[in-house]
Design a protein around this ligand. Structure first.
Ligand SMILES: Nc1nc2c(ncn2[C@@H]2O[C@H](COP(=O)(O)OP(=O)(O)OP(=O)(O)O)[C@@H](O)[C@H]2O)c(=O)[nH]1
Ligand SMILES: [Mg+2]
Length: 283
């Protein structure tokens, strides 16, 4: 089923912030080698929502597992071709939030924020939508290049739950693809949607929570301007400002060390020699 949504018709970021060539350096520092790949796609989601099932459905045998650079957190990478493009798919750890309260959350958050994937697929469980939307809204605070994979719709049907995916698409402002990944239902639609978002044919206009408190808004604005000046090209300075005001230690350190902009020193940059995964790209 194809979903329809009203999208903005221009990219919000300058081309150099998101173009694959410029981003390859950031990705390399996060252990992702982009040689021979056109786009990188991140797979995020709560635990047990079917991420690995979707990962396997998209990549088949073209996958490789290892660890995140400098971390004990497992990472799976794979590849697939769609249209005339080659996509690298990175399975992020299952998380309920991106608030960096655990190693898994930190890895997922850093990858979406610093790796600037061309598309982030957020896998949600259609039978536990409310709980899962927490992560969706957090990812949408960081990026507009997102697709929601509304998985386990077969389970939802069995439980006589109906999810209005068109309404959800409209309310979230990014494409929502209903799926039952275990039986490959919705997989072609997901591939198509990833392709559209990666190539810029579809540009999301995500729902972002508007903070009503004037003083807080002013503080966020003031801080965001400073962050933008210090780290030009950072994808979402307002989000970083909010996290700093919230006392996010990891981000405070990243700002203090100058890590936020170029990722040169510090914990993120231990993977310059990450091996390329031996994937054959299907033609
Ligand atoms: N009925 C049904 N089951 C599914 C579907 N997708 C995945 N599952 C099942 O859900 C369970 C969890 O799937 P995984 O793919 O391992 O989920 P995950 O998100 O990778 O889980 P973690 O890595 O542990 O967070 C498995 O038993 C899958 O077979 C689906 O669309 N329908
Ligand atoms: Mg998994």
């Amino acid at each position: 089923m194809t979903t329809h949504v009203k999208f903005a018709n221009t990219l919000s970021a300058a081309p150099c912030e998101t173009c694959p060539a410029c981003n390859a350096g950031h990705l390399r520092k996060l252990g992702i080698n982009m040689e021979n790949w056109d786009y990188v796609v991140a797979l995020a989601g709560n635990p047990n929502t079917g991420k690995s099932t979707i990962f396997n459905a998209l990549t088949g045998l073209r996958q490789h597992t290892g660890n995140w650079p400098g971390k004990t957190v497992a990472r799976a990478e794979g590849g697939f071709a769609h249209g005339d493009k080659n996509f690298k798919l990175v399975d992020l750890p299952g998380t309920y939030s991106l608030l960096s309260t655990s190693m898994d959350e930190e890895v997922a958050r850093d990858f979406i924020l610093f790796g600037r994937p061309d598309v982030t697929v957020i896998v949600v469980d259609a039978t536990h939508l409310e709980r899962n939307l927490n992560l969706v809204l957090q990812v949408l605070e960081i990026t507009n290049r997102a697709v929601v994979a509304l998985n386990l719709i077969d389970e939802a049907r069995r439980k006589k739950l109906t999810v209005d995916d068109r309404r959800l698409t409209r309310d979230l402002g990014v494409p929502v693809v209903p799926m039952a990944a275990r039986s490959r239902e919705g997989v072609p639609d997901l591939l198509q949607t990833i392709h559209q978002v990666a190539t810029g044919q579809t540009v999301g206009k995500p729902h972002r929570i508007k903070n009503q408190h004037k003083i807080l808004n002013q503080a966020i604005d003031t801080l965001a301007v400073k962050i933008e000046t210090l780290f030009p090209g950072l994808p979402n300075a307002r989000w970083v400002a909010m996290r700093l005001l919230d006392g996010d230690e990891r981000l405070i350190q990243a700002v203090q060390r100058g890590e936020l902009g170029d990722l040169q020193p510090g914990n993120l940059a231990q993977a310059n020699n990450a091996p390329e995964i031996p994937l054959e790209v299907a033609s």
